[in-house]
Each structure stands twice: as structure tokens, then as C-alpha cells.
Write a protein that binds this ligand. Sequence first.
Ligand code: B12
Ligand code: SF4
Length: 394
Amino acid sequence: MKILLYNPDNGVTRNFMPHLWMFLLQALTPKEHEVILIDGNAKAMTRPELVKFCKDENIELVGIGAMTRMIARAYLVADALREAGIKVVMGGPHVTECPDEALGRDGGPRHADAIALGEADETWPLLIQDAANGTLKDIYQPQVDPKGNDKKPNLQPYPHIPWETLDLDQFSLVPQFFKPFLSKMGEGWGSFHVVPIETGRGCPYGCEFCTVTGFFGDSIRFRSNESVVEELLRLKNRAKQEKGQMAVFFIDDNLAINKKRLKGLLRDIIAANAQLPWVAQISANLLGDEELVDLIAEAGGKWVFIGMESIDPENMASVNKNFSKPGDYKEVLDRLAKRNIYAITSFIFGMDNDTPGAAKRTVDQIESWAPGLPVFGQLTPFPATPLWPTRLRK
Ligand code: B12
Ligand code: SF4
């Protein structure tokens, strides 16, 4: 069977990085099936173009993944494919949180032939088998433990993603035209890829606006250090062969959630000379440790994304994130800046204690800190988060 995994266009930005789920599910697909990947943000296609592509390529099953932000577009694409007689399966955070919507059980139209709830690492091969046999079920769900909780994949062993041979052209940040010229510059800039790698899943903190604790669970699972180091070495080798650059986004929600484990991983990366420039998400409360920050710098860490959310401690308490202390932010940023590590500082406006002038006060505060890249969003209640209005919860 020929399968297409498709990530819908977000309608605003081009992707600087592919989505990990596509590569992961491709790696978990039984070998007798062929899997093609298209990211709509990198390779823009209209819906008729996509349908034609699937028809021309004899695609029998399309897997679509989407966050809430992209779900409306994802449904439009799914509808067009299903109208053309192609089976569609959907997964990811949004359909997990709103399964009735995707299956048309909430009074609206049906968008997917099947959906995969939660982490699909173990259900995906079963789903593929059913699709190939023509016995697709509506819902694929992880097994549950005696307490009724989803059994989570433990990430050891971790699937082999063949980064060294995958076609990453859709995602190169270097335009084709400049490739030959740039490959000769310095250590080579003929390609520039940012690749997502996870070293673990799960976060126990349960901040009210966040879907992660609900989706991945509060028990944390890590890959082995060896498997992470081996993946980095393959990426480093590819960059060298392509005369290009490779950077990594460790997409763990809180890379330092277990500081002892992270220090061990960073020491192993350094010992294996597996350093690549990387960015990771780490909460401010875990960045007070000088030894950890030294290791981050030595292991290739260049940028740290910090969910600072608000400069007002009362706001932090109102979203269950008062483990992160606004009073510490300056010191945290100075500690990073001393090692030439930049911070992407993320803020949310619209929390209960925000009063007129909150944005100005925040920007004034940011300008008094070490330089970084501040990003701003507005408080958004995503389905299945504690912030989601109770009356809408099922
Ligand atoms: C990396 C990341 C990003 C990257 C995305 C780019 C990229 N190429 O990856 C960046 C930094 C750009 C980003 C941006 C945003 N993000 Co983001 N991001 C993440 C993060 C940290 C990791 C995603 C990941 O790869 N996870 C690991 C993989 C293995 O998990 P997964 O994607 O869920 O896939 C598994 C299952 O869901 C399932 N699955 C997924 N898709 C499919 C499809 C099929 C067919 C099947 C069968 C199964 C399946 O199988 C996979 C294996 O088990 C997640 C949090 C998280 N831990 O997931 C947030 C997360 C996805 N982001 C989130 C949000 C809100 C955003 C933003 C809207 C934030 C903002 N306000 O701007 C933007 C929107 C982006 C846009 N341009 O529209 C929310 C989404 C919540 C929701 N319900 O939609 C999350 C969950 C974080 C959170 N705090 O709640 N993000
Ligand atoms: S915002 Fe970050 S720290 Fe809070 S629950 Fe989500 S992943 Fe964990």
C-alpha cells in the first residue's frame, strides 16, 4: 500500500523545521508499505493539486496530523481527499482532544475514516494492517492499564529514523539556486537543516494552558543516551558529507525536567564529539544550576526557549506555573548570556491579573535584560486543558 503523511499548511509561516510525527510514523510503518511525506508549509499545494498527486501516485491512505491551530485546514484537505475516494486517517493533539468532531459524531460532517488517539507509536502498525486489509476501524487507541490510563510507549528502544538518507530538500533553508556557491563557504553552507529530535516525553507540571501533561502524561519517559548520541552523530556526518549545516531542535517540553539525566546525556554528547548547534525548551526554574548551564554550552546548546509567560507572579500562580519565578528571570538570562547562549523568551498576555499597560510593562522589563528573542502570544484555552471552560468539557 502507498501511504501519504501530510501536514497541513498553517496559512501564516513557512516551516523552518519538519514535524517529527511524520518521520516517526514513517519509521514505524511495516516495510512492505511505501510512505511519502509532504509538509504543506514547505511544499505548498492547493487541495485539487494534492488530490491529483494522490491519484497519480496511487495513494490509498493519507495520514493527516494537526494541532488545533491548523485543524480547520486539515479538515478541508481531508474532505477533498475523501470526496475523491481516498481513505483518510487523522491523529495528533486536536483529534485526540475532540474525537467526535473528526468523526462527525458531534452533529457536524465527518472528516476522517479513522482517528488515532494519543501517542500512536504502537497503534500505527495495527492501523496500517487494518487499512491494507480493508478493515479500518473508527478509533485506534493505546491499551489502558488497570487504572484506566493509556499505556505509553517507553521510548526504549527508539525507532531508527534514517536521517542520513531521508530527502530533506523540502526543508532546506538554503534556496537551490545558491547551493553550489554556498557549499564552498567556510565549513560549507550548501544546505541548512533544522531537525527535530526528542530525548524524552511527558511533563508533570500541569500548567493550566498547556496540553502536554494531559496528552503525554505526568510520568516522564526517556530514550537511552546512546540512541540520542547515535542519532546526532548520523546528522553530523550528513552535514559534513553535504558540505552543509545541521542544527537540532530538542523538542522535549522541558529538556532539563530531570537534571541528573540531562547532565549525563550532555556529558555523553561531549565525550562522543556529537555536538551540533541546538535549541531546547527548558523552564526558568531549572536553569539556576551553573554546572548544567556549563554543560549545555559545551554540548552545543545555542538557544534556550523559556516559557516565561508573565512578569507578574500573581498571573503565574493563576495558571499553576508559580514554580517559575519572574524575579529570577534576569539572573537566568545573565547566566545563559555569559556562555553565549541566547534565550527565546515566550510571554502570554490575557491572564487574569493583566491590567491595561501590561504589554508596555513587559516590554520595558525585557529591555532591561540581556538581549534575546521575545515572542508573544495570547492566552488560549485549548481543548482538554484545565483552562478549557468547564461547561465545554465532556
Ligand atoms: C515542536 C513544537 C512546535 C514547533 C512546530 C514545528 C515543528 N516542525 O515541529 C513550533 C515551535 C514552530 C511550534 C509552534 C506552535 N505550537 Co507547538 N509544539 C511543539 C512540541 C513542543 C513538539 C511537537 C512534537 O514533535 N512532539 C513529539 C511527537 C512525537 O508528538 P506528536 O506530534 O503529538 O505526535 C504523536 C501523536 O500525536 C500522534 N500523531 C501526530 N500526528 C499524527 C498523524 C496521524 C495520521 C497519526 C495516525 C498519528 C499522529 O503520533 C505521534 C507519535 O505518538 C509540542 C508539544 C509536544 N510535546 O508534542 C507543541 C505543541 C504541539 N504546540 C502547540 C502550540 C499551541 C503551538 C502554537 C500554536 C503556539 C503559538 N501560540 O504560536 C504554534 C503554532 C505553529 C504554527 N505555525 O501554526 C500545542 C498544541 C496544542 C493543540 N491542541 O493544538 C502543543 C501540544 C504544546 C502545548 N503547550 O500544548 N510548536
Ligand atoms: S508549559 Fe511547559 S512546564 Fe508547563 S506543563 Fe506545559 S510543558 Fe510542562
